[in-house]
Design a protein around this ligand. Sequence first.
Ligand code: CA
Length: 227
Amino acid sequence: MKLKTLIVEDESSLLELLKFNFIKDGFKVDTATDGEMALEKILNKAPDLLILDWMLPKLSGIELCRRIRKNKELKNLPIIMLTARGEEEDRLRGLETGADDYVTKPFSVNELMARVKAVLRRIRPMFTEEVLSYKGIVVDLVSHKVTRDSETLHLGPTEFNLLVFFMENIGRVFSREQLLNHVWKDEAYVEPRTVDVHIRRLRKSINNDVKEDFIRTVRSAGYCFGS
Ligand code: CA
C-alpha cells in the first residue's frame, strides 16, 4: 500500500527534487507551496506523512506543526521538518512544536529518505510488515487471508482494503471523504454514502453479529477502528 506524502515547500526546484525521489521510493505524493494550502490539503486529504518546510508563505511550518498537534484527529501525523536554520535552539524548538524529526538544509536526499524511513518504522511499524494484527484479527497482506480468532473470514475487495487501512491507522478518525480518498483512491463518482454500505458489510464479515465491534461510528465525523 502506497503511503500518501504531502510535501510542503515553497522553493520549486527543491519541491520537484523531493517529489521525484519520494515517487521513486514508492510513495504517493501531493504537494503544497504555502502553509494555508498545506493545511487545507492536510484536512481534506489526510496524508500519512508530512514533509514540512519551516519558512513558508502565509502560515509558517512551525505554526502549522503546532496546529496539527493540537488537533486530536491529526496529532499522530508523522512530520519531518526541513529548515535552513541549523542552530541547536531552533532544532529543539522544532521538536518541541511536535515534529518527529528534522533535517537541516542543505541536506542530501538520501539523508532525508533515511530519516523518513526511521520515523515510519518508529511511528507506524505496520507499514514495514506483511501481517497486520489487532486483538485477534489477523490480515496477511501477501496472501490476502483474513482471520479472526483463527477462523477464516471472507471479505470483498473493498472491505479488505478498508480493513487494511483501518488496521494501519488504529485509533485515527476518518471522515467518509477521507476514506474515499484513501481506500477508493481514484475511482470516480463514488458517493460518500457508499462508504457506509461497505462499512456495514465489513462489520458483518468481521463481527459475525457476535464478536466485539472495533469499528466506531464517530458522530458527525466519520469512522475509527480500535481504541
Ligand atoms: Ca521555504
